[in-house]
Design a protein around this ligand. Structure first.
Ligand code: GTP
Length: 324
């Protein structure tokens, strides 16, 4: 065996061990001068059906992959890339698409003449591509599930912090927000106020009109409060049965008192249809105001205590009134 044959043997062994399939095309005639037999065999074609022109081969490439394959060849032929590399799908005889990769180079070129032998190897990357695809799908699914979870968490958080009758902030959330606002007021030395609002003679509203009308009255008071406060700044919370807290950042006693008067008046003018005969239930509220000016911020509970004491004064002074 001469040295050339030995080299051929060595090359064949190396190609086989690496799972590579050698091919060679003539760039000028477009002929396939050395067929990638293993590849064509994997695609299910027998030797009589095997593509003998580059054009025939291109016909086997998935239409979506053709543009980038042609571009990769062109870039290499134009000398933009030192090697031609590309991944693409080929149509098997049974119609399935199988992923392959190509690695090749134009040979025989000189400084003055372009080479015409385009030599390369093809190897099957279908397993890798399928795994990549599965991972992509799983990642997409995971991302969808995460978005769903985040959304559910948001909804849960909203449910856990909302009063079901009025849609207002509930007591648990208010205590959290109150703590935060006290800290903020202290850090920036800003004023902070709290209004504690209680529906007057609510027991007799329930007794006169029934519990459902009582609920409607609670909702009506909540609505007035929501309408009158600064959106996104103030918090209106249902604190207990017929008791509400308004948390008012950046608000001094004068501002809190003014708002309390507006609320008291608006609520006194509000009515709720109480029965089928069209009778209306009227109602008023008493409000206690507590404020701190930013120089000496108490604990939130302390602020609530002060508002509670002021509310007691408002009740004592005859109701439908505001006290601090
Ligand atoms: N309809 C209804 N009633 C409630 C709700 N929560 C508490 N109540 C009722 O509210 C009434 C509160 O009554 P009281 O605390 O005696 O006070 P009041 O009658 O409002 O009298 P003053 O506050 O002193 O003006 C009680 O009868 C509770 O049963 C609720 O969610 N819906």
């Amino acid at each position: 065996m001469n040295e050339l044959n030995r080299n051929k043997e060595r090359l064949a062994l190396a190609l086989e061990a690496a799972g590579l399939d050698l091919w060679e095309n003539d760039l000028v005639t477009g002929e396939v001068t050395f067929k990638a037999l293993k590849t064509l065999d994997q695609l299910g074609y027998d030797s009589s059906e095997m593509a003998s022109t580059v054009e025939e081969l291109l016909g086997l490439v998935h239409p979506d992959d053709q543009p980038h394959l042609q571009q990769a060849v062109q870039d290499h032929v134009d000398g933009i890339t030192p090697q031609y590399r590309c991944e693409f799908r080929l149509r098997a005889k049974n119609g399935a698409w199988i992923w392959f990769a190509n690695f090749g180079k134009v040979m025989d070129g000189t400084a003055t003449a372009e080479g015409r032998r385009f030599v390369g190897v093809t190897f099957n990357i279908d397993d890798r591509k399928r795994k990549e695809h599965e991972i992509e799908q799983m990642n997409r699914l995971l991302a969808e599930k995460n978005a769903l979870l985040e959304n559910l968490n948001l909804q849960l958080e909203l449910l856990a912090s909302t009063d079901s009758l009025t849609g207002l902030t509930n007591r648990r959330k208010l205590m959290e927000l109150g703590l935060q606002e006290c800290k903020r007021a202290e850090r920036f030395r800003h004023p902070l106020s709290v209004l504690m609002l209680d529906i007057d003679y609510f027991k007799s509203i329930n007794d006169t009109w029934g519990h459902l009308v009582g609920d409607q009255v609670i909702r009506a008071v909540a609505e007035v409060c929501k309408e009158r406060v600064r959106q996104g700044v103030d918090t209106v919370a249902r604190f207990g049965g017929e008791e509400f807290i308004l948390l008012l950042p950046e608000t001094n006693m004068k501002g809190a008192y003014q708002l309390a008067e507006v609320l008291r008046e608006s609520i006194a003018q509000r009515e709720v249809v109480a029965n089928a005969q069209g009778d209306h239930a009227q109602f008023t509220v008493s409000i206690g105001a507590a404020s701190c000016d930013g120089s000496n911020i108490p604990a939130f509970e302390e602020l609530l205590n002060r508002a509670d004491k002021a509310l007691y004064k408002a009740k004592q002074s005859g109701r439908n009134s505001v006290e601090d």
